[in-house]
Design a protein around this ligand. Structure first.
Ligand SMILES: Cc1ncc(COP(=O)(O)O)c(C=O)c1O
Length: 358
């Protein structure tokens, strides 16, 4: 047995919606997983229907057509892309293909838990850098890199905080990081960023061969169950990742749906527009309720109620809303909520008002 894994526990997805509905006697809306509540891209759904009769076939494991579409979108060569069974798998491939046992990866926290799981699984060591103000301070992170560091994970907008850093901050960070340290920039939620100073990572990829940008089709494109995401990087890094990629890690349905979703520009624009609008609206409602909130550029908001957060999450569940209490991120006083369409957000805000009055 790998002794390194002793500190890990299997991922706990919590109770299923069906179990929760039985327990509470309520229809439950899940606002705890940052899924798209606007549903999948209609073009992706059409593509799926047209390809269902191909599921007896192995896919093109190299996903050449999808890589070509991504290359056009990013203005890069198809050799700059590696597809994964969700961005989750891309994170794994990065750690396993690039870290030797005992090498160090820096992980500012709180952040997405799979970075640490991937590093530990690869035999590497995690060096966690707590970020006291909850927003990432790239100068502090640069100062926290050591001679042993070979990889650093920065998530922008970050999960679970929703906060983001700017293009200029990222540029300065990349200029400071030694070239033999791989910078993994997880942009799972970047589509929802409305801040004009949000990083233009495609530009930075051209300048920095040690930068890897992660994207997913699970969020804005609404394809979470299909499991498809990708990394964009210098071909030398991608070649190394491709060495350990399972031959058919993305299937025909995943690839064709992703291709169609990429082309569904008006759908994406609409989902982003509504998410940004509802995010501002809900922030104001939270502030009116006296909650502390962080400025979010993602499709979720982290908030700190004035009362016990775990209890409030439980009370909300009894009213039919499953939110994410962030105790497991080391933030026991906070709750993360996924943004959804206005009627749902209105009902949530009304429920919070009732609960705070009772
Ligand atoms: C920051 C971040 N990166 C990556 C992922 C994984 O995305 P995927 O569904 O593509 O595996 C998530 C999922 O929630 C996430 O929050």
């Amino acid at each position: 047995m790998r002794s390194k894994l002793a500190g890990l526990v299997p991922y706990n997805p919590g109770k299923s919606l069906e179990e929760l509905e039985k327990l509470t006697g309520q229809k439950i809306v899940r606002l705890s997983s940052n899924e798209s509540l606007w549903g999948p891209s209609p073009l992706a759904l059409d593509a799926l229907k047209h390809n269902l009769d191909k599921i007896n076939l192995y896919p093109d494991g190299a996903a050449q057509e999808l890589k070509k579409a991504l290359a056009d979108l990013w203005g890069l060569d198809p050799a700059c892309f590696c597809l994964g069974n969700g961005a989750d798998e891309v994170i794994f491939m990065l750690a396993v293909s690039l870290l030797d046992p005992g090498e160090e990866a820096v992980i500012p926290i709180p952040t997405f838990s799979q970075f640490a799981v991937a590093v530990i699984s690869s035999g590497g060591n995690c060096r966690f850098l707590p970020q006291p103000d909850l927003a990432f301070d790239l100068k502090d992170i640069a100062a926290g890199l050591t001679d042993k560091t070979r990889m650093v994970f920065i998530c922008n907008p970050n999960n679970p905080t929703g906060t983001s850093f700017t293009h200029q901050e990222l540029r300065e960070f990349l200029q400071q990081v030694p070239r033999d340290i791989v910078v993994v920039l997880d942009e799972a939620y970047c589509h929802f960023a409305a801040d004009p100073s949000f990083p233009r990572s495609a530009e930075l990829l051209q300048e920095h061969r040690n930068l890897v940008v992660l994207r997913t089709f699970s969020k804005v494109y609404g394809l979470a169950t299909l499991r498809i995401g990708y990394g964009a990087a210098d071909p030398a890094i991608i070649r190394q990742m491709e060495k350990i990629r399972l031959p058919f890690n993305t299937g025909i349905l995943q690839q064709t749906a992703a291709l169609a979703a990429l082309a569904d520009e008006s759908f994406i624009r609409q989902v982003v527009k509504e998410t940004v609008r509802e995010r501002s609206w809900l922030q104001e409602e939270f502030q009116a309720l006296g909650y502390q909130t962080l400025p979010s550029q993602a499709n979720f908001i982290l908030f700190k109620p004035q009362t016990d957060a775990a209890q409030l999450a439980e009370n909300l569940l009894q009213k039919g809303f499953l939110l994410r209490h962030t105790g497991s991120f080391g933030l026991p006083d906070w709750i993360r909520v996924t943004i959804g369409p206005h009627p749902l957000m209105t009902k949530l805000a009304e429920t919070l008002k009732q609960l705070s009055a009772s």
